[in-house]
Design a protein around this ligand. Structure first.
Ligand code: SF4
Length: 319
């Protein structure tokens, strides 16, 4: 039987998973159901997002459906074929003939992708787009840009990240697919560095490589393991908010550095521009020196120390 690998799957960061996929292993359980539901939500929202693109002035050649889609690509490689159905070709102003795929993402994923770009944050999407581009260009279509139209499922923000077609990347994709098609047995490369991959893997039981994180013990008791999505989402939010807070502190430090250099050091006490007013006020504050007090009056420290209880929230990767 001819082996096939779909463009949307080809960038999955585990060669072992792809080997199971092209060799017809059956998918399993909850991870597969969850992946399918995420995919179904994206498919339902696609026509609406195409409409939003048109409202934003983009000319959109939309390729709905899958098996019956008009635009199809088939790229023969050693041992099999890479196949796919591109979503859209869009044009507006200086951006013409941009081949794009529509992706819906949760808040955390959208934020990371928007900040770092597709090539860094979602290389699997770049692989998918390169396959579509290879196939369409082989059919004589002009493709000038590649891109991802991302929509944040939490707040409906839409953003487009464009990137260039890279012929070396395209060749590597074909070589890699050839290795998967012709591999006599599943590759033994261990779990991928991308921690999400094993969690979303539909072959994790067949594979057997993915170990659940070791239980963490606190106060002599193992912590309760949860699959409650609202709790997991809240943990992700806490981690993301900590990262955002760090970024905000860095932004503030940078702004103060510029203002010190350009305003304060010139002896100005304020300045106006760009619809904003910036002023500086000097304040003297008193601070209790607890270290000096401790050294001078160690006997009084206990007498004037009060206990209070607060909760410290922490979140980190399970290993
Ligand atoms: S469980 Fe992990 S290592 Fe095994 S096939 Fe899936 S993604 Fe690859």
């Amino acid at each position: 039987m001819e082996k096939e690998l779909s463009a949307s799957k080809a960038g999955f960061p585990c060669m072992r998973n792809l080997w199971y996929t092209v060799n017809g292993y059956s998918t399993e359980g909850e991870a597969n159901k969850r992946t399918q539901r995420i995919f179904d939500v994206g498919t339902c929202l696609e026509p609406l997002i195409v409409e939003w693109l048109r409202q934003d002035g983009w000319t959109v050649e939309y390729n709905p459906g899958s098996q019956e889609a008009e635009l199809k690509v088939e790229i023969p490689v050693k041992g099999g074929t890479i196949t796919g159905h591109p979503d859209c070709i869009i044009s507006k102003g200086t951006i013409q003939n941009a081949l794009v795929d529509i992706k819906t993402m949760n808040d955390r994923s959208f934020g990371e992708w928007k900040k770092s770009g597709t090539l860094k944050a979602k290389p699997q999407y770049a692989t998918q787009l390169h396959i579509y581009a290879m196939g369409l260009m082989a059919q004589g279509r002009k493709i000038e840009h590649l891109g991802i139209v991302g929509v944040n499922k939490n707040n409906s923000e839409m953003y487009i990240d464009f990137f260039s077609y890279d012929p070396f990347r395209a060749e590597n994709i074909k070589d890699y697919a050839g290795q998967i098609f012709t591999g006599a047995r599943e590759p033994e490369l261990g779990c991928p560095a991308e921690s999400w991959a094993c969690n979303y893997c539909e072959f994790s039981e067949t594979c057997g490589l993915h170990k659940k994180p070791a239980p963490v013990v606190k106060g002599g008791e193992p912590l309760t393991l949860t699959e409650d999505e609202s709790i997991i989402a809240a943990m992700h939010e806490l981690r993301q908010s900590r990262e955002l807070a760090r970024e905000v502190r860095e932004m503030e430090a940078h702004a103060k550095e510029v203002l010190n250099e350009r305003v304060r050091d010139k002896g100005l006490r304020g300045i106006q521009g760009g619809g904003l007013v910036f002023t500086m006020t000097e304040r003297t504050s008193q601070k209790f020196d607890s270290t000096a007090f401790k050294e001078a009056h160690p006997e009084l420290l206990g007498e004037y120390t009060k206990s209070s209880t607060s909760v410290v929230y922490d979140v980190k990767e399970a290993v």
